[in-house]
Design a protein around this ligand. Structure first.
Ligand code: PGA
Length: 255
């Protein structure tokens, strides 16, 4: 597999952090720090920050993403946001199936698949999250679980549509805990995901497919994680909330 065929993508997942005013401040600080980066840079903000994020990043190398999207186009779905609402704002990316949505908001592999297809149909790029809990990790079922999550999420997705999908492997036990998967653990699971992509599509599609690691990635461990042959980028939570920390990871991915 040739890593050079893939674009590194570093995406910040701000989660439920930053008001619109704070978002404007963080983005202003980020713009000069990541200008000229050798990787794609994305910030996934709360819905309420999207308009300011899109206007602030206009003309820069930073793309803006949302953290969820509903699968219906419109209708009686109180509190939900459709893909068209996002694209009209100029949003380019959306995170789908984050473990916090699966854990706290009843997201299932089936709803992940529905959201993913709706997002792709609207022209959004998807960052699909997969990953195992600590218990599943201890039972040694990570590879099966991640393969299953990947297969169900990508059901009905064509090879052409796959070009707009990235997968983020995020072991739940490493998210926000300060416990990072070792570079070997991250590589092993990212390689499993790439094999699943090859089995569902083709070797060429798998070779061109971007896979991120997420879970306590920071300026210190980014180099080693990103050096792994199947780790093409990162989905960054905590460390994306401070411009210098996020920029350091972007620099690590630009090497
Ligand atoms: P973390 O979050 O970097 O704070 O562990 C990653 C994520 O949940 O996407």
């Amino acid at each position: 597999m040739n890593k050079a065929k893939r674009k590194a993508v570093i995406a910040g997942n701000w989660k439920m952090n930053k008001t619109a005013a704070e978002a404007a401040e963080l983005i202003s600080a980020l713009i000069p720090e990541v200008a000229g980066a050798g990787c794609d840079v994305v910030v996934c903000t709360p819905f309420t920050d999207l308009p300011i994020a899109v206007s602030k990043t206009a003309g820069t190398n930073i793309a803006v993403g949302a953290q969820n999207v509903h699968f219906e186009k419109s209708g009686a779905f109180t509190g939900e946001i459709s893909a068209d609402m996002l694209t009209e704002l100029g949003v380019q990316y959306v995170i789908i199936g984050h473990s916090e949505r699966r854990q706290y908001f009843g997201e299932t592999d089936i709803t992940v698949n529905k959201r993913l297809k709706a997002a792709l149909a609207a022209g959004l790029k998807v960052i699909l999250c997969v990953g195992e809990s600590l218990e599943q990790h201890q039972h040694g079922v990570t590879a099966e679980l991640v393969a299953m999550q990947t297969k169900i999420a990508l059901g009905g997705v064509s090879a052409e549509e796959l070009k707009n999908v990235i997968i983020a492997y995020e072991p739940i036990w490493a998210i926000g805990t300060g416990l990072t998967a070792t570079a070997e653990q991250a590589e092993e699971v990212c390689a499993v995901i790439r094999r699943v992509i090859a089995s569902l599509y083709s070797e060429a599609d798998a070779e061109a497919f971007t896979i991120q690691y997420g879970g306590s990635m920071n300026a210190k461990n980014a180099d080693e994680l990103l050096a792994q042959p199947d780790v093409d980028g990162g989905l960054i939570g905590g460390a994306s909330l401070k411009a210098p920390d996020f920029a350091a990871i972007v620099r690590a991915a630009s090497k």
